[in-house]
Design a protein around this ligand. Structure first.
Ligand code: FAD
Length: 298
């Protein structure tokens, strides 16, 4: 690995940032200062997640609407099919359209009983993500992003079955897939080969998670089917009480990962920010992005 001072990809680098809707005024302040810090990097879009079972419906809507009203950013609202009728979901989609939102990240969502329990679609709801994608496109000319799982979604019978699901989402109009996070780039490239071999040509944007907290990331990875390489665990081993070193390692790990992806032809990245700007901002700088003078305020 060589870290050059001004690394240049053959194509311009495009980034997007994912946030979650804040629960408290303090979390809201953190989110907005992170948005302000990251906005000058001119992301393609910024997305706001939808809590399990629609638990953040109002907060997601409030955050996305504020992004439309108060910034130049292009917001994307996550939306799931869980525990809601088609009518309710269509109502959420129409409200986004009316608020000026033009991009939705369409997901099935986790089972109501949590990960590991069986998924049961709402009897009057969208059954699969591909149905939701079609429903969104029927409401308005939205850009629609969907998920992709380089290491297979835990519920999928096989990676091929998982790619069948991606194919169905593309057939219903999905414009882009964002991957679950991964730490070994080989998983991404092997997946990309299989997806392209199936004739799926939409962008498959790698989802990058800077490891703000190793234990949390490892727990989440175990539930979502993402693997934690032994070398990664070893780098964080014994550093539970050493926040500063953990942060430096997290930055180095993510930098190594994205630079390897750039070297191998990737020029689009989606960052899971956890509502924090510092690591993501530093990694974007390493990718050669410069903050523009533009202010976040419209
Ligand atoms: P899909 O891609 O539709 O399906 C995943 C796999 O599960 C497919 O291979 C399919 O074959 C299999 N499968 C689907 N249904 C069944 C079934 N009934 N029986 C057996 N197998 C089945 N979750 C949230 O709650 N809110 C969010 O904002 C959110 N944002 C996300 C953003 C990204 C980029 C990613 C990667 C995930 C996100 N998730 C979010 C998590 C996601 O909701 C879960 O992973 C969920 O379990 C699957 O939803 P999906 O749309 O990814 O599934």
């Amino acid at each position: 690995l060589t870290l050059r001072p001004s690394r240049q990809a053959s194509c311009p680098i495009k980034v997007s940032f994912e946030f979650f809707p804040p629960k408290t005024p303090e979390m809201e302040a953190t989110l907005w200062s992170s948005i302000e810090r990251l906005a000058p990097l001119q992301p393609q879009f910024v997305s706001v997640t939808y809590g399990a079972g629609g638990s953040t419906r109002e907060r997601t809507h409030a955050t996305v609407s504020r992004l439309v009203r108060e910034t130049h950013l292009n917001p994307a609202a996550h939306l799931t099919c869980v525990d809601a009728t088609k009518e309710e979901v269509d109502g959420v989609i129409s409200a986004y359209w009316e608020a000026g939102v033009r991009h939705v990240v369409a997901l099935r969502g986790d089972p109501v009983g949590g990960l590991g329990t069986a998924y049961a679609p709402h009897p009057q709801g969208y059954r699969r993500t591909c149905d939701l994608v079609r429903g969104i496109k029927a409401v308005g000319d939205f850009e629609v992003s969907v998920s992709a799982y380089p290491e297979k979604h835990p519920e999928a019978a096989s990676l091929e079955a998982d790619i069948d699901e991606l194919q169905a989402k593309v057939d219903c109009g999905a414009d882009r897939a964002i991957t679950q996070f991964f730490f070994d780039n080989e998983h991404y490239f092997r997946y990309l080969d299989r997806v392209r071999a199936r004739g799926i040509n939409i962008p498959i944007v790698p989802g990058i998670v800077p490891v703000q907290n190793f234990k949390q990331t490892a727990n989440f990875a175990a539930k979502t089917g993402a693997s934690i390489p032994a070398w990664l665990a070893a780098r964080f081993d014994g550093l539970d009480g050493d926040v500063e070193t953990r942060k430096l390692i997290a930055a180095a790990v993510a930098a190594e990962q994205v630079i390897d992806l750039v070297d191998r032809g990737v020029n689009e990245f989606h960052f899971y920010t956890m509502n924090r700007a510092d690591l993501v901002y530093a990694i974007c700088r390493l990718l050669g992005l410069r903050g523009q003078a533009d202010k976040v305020a419209a």
